[in-house]
Design a protein around this ligand. Sequence first.
Ligand SMILES: Cc1ncc(COP(=O)(O)O)c(C=O)c1O
Length: 419
Amino acid sequence: MLSHSDLSIGHKPRPAEETGLLLREVSRRLVEARERFLGFPGNMAFDDSDSGHLLAALANNVGDPDSEDASGVHTKLFEREVTAWFTALAQGDPETTYGYVTSGGSEGITFGLYVGRRRLPHAPVYASSAAHYSVRKAADLLRMPLVTVECGPDGAMDAEALAKLCRAQRHEDEAAGRPPRGAVLLATAGATMGGAFDDVPPLREAAGAAGPCYVHTDAALGGIVAPFSTPRPAWCLGDGADSVSVSGHKFLGVPVPCGIVLARRELLPSFPVGEYVGARDHTLACSRSGLAAVLLWKRLRQLGTCGLRTLVHRCQDTAEYAVGALAAVGAHPGRHRHALAVTFDRPPEEVCRRWRLSAEGRRAQLIAMPHVTRRAVDELCAALRQSDPPVPSPSRWAVAVRDEDAYRAEPAAAQHRPA
Ligand SMILES: Cc1ncc(COP(=O)(O)O)c(C=O)c1O
């Protein structure tokens, strides 16, 4: 057990050997944790310890990836490859799409909303009730009013509910005799809880009732899942989004938090940039991780687009397997189409803690990330079988059980429900 006193930082240097032992212990624990890391969208399947040599020097990508900077100690060449790859995946035009490697999905959301606000300075943000909490944070930081839109039975934003809200806003603007404020729409591709995909084209059309519209898609996990799903959810630049973001430590399993954001170049606001930096800079930060850019590049090169496709399909199969296994122990699973997430009745707290399940209200969730095996699912189900039966209740995810895939698993639930 590591304690505060083991880790305390004192006045004097401590022996390197002792520090090294502590670091080994940390990595041992992190690696061990992956066995039961079932409920969060971090991919623990990869081991990048062969790239430890990258820690021998600072790699700082200050400013835009396609701009040199005065320090010269960067990995922007790799960053450009990564953003070009994601631009193609998101069906962006390589000539007119801007992108960079962020600190994670949340920076991508903040960047997208910022570009939206610069384009439509008085527009509120419209996001579904299933949007990630970082959307609220970003809207607050940017002082943009946030309007929550209901989800439909499939867990995705309801286009009719959005149109109604946008029409009401337009009427308000007309009544006040001001130009339409428009709408900044935040679509989610792969909701944090439940994994539903918002359908960008009808939502964009619905938001048009408010006047001009800007769309950002938060595709933190779904940006890698959607392109390889059939039928393909409409989430990306090619489907009408103006900007999109994805996390790099989620499906891609980069061992440091990171992400990618893309936006239509013509919409970019210009920031003040310190002359000393010697670079153009449209990013939110100044210093950015050159290490993350290289590790993202490494993962994409290692897998290739075909390898990623295979991995996504394997994970979707595991999610489907989990639906059957959870139904068999009476946990009432629900799974949205394409999702890696499977929700089920929330088990007792010790089961949630042991298996690192995410939970909200009366539902818990497992996410079939690449390190999640059928064996781990079986072990969880064995634990569920032995735990006190949860009280099943309707919740917003219970609606997800209507998904055809989940229904297929229902008869098994009836047969194997514990007494
Ligand atoms: C849909 C969605 N958006 C954004 C985020 C936040 O991403 P990050 O943790 O990379 O900042 C998450 C995290 O789980 C998420 O699920």
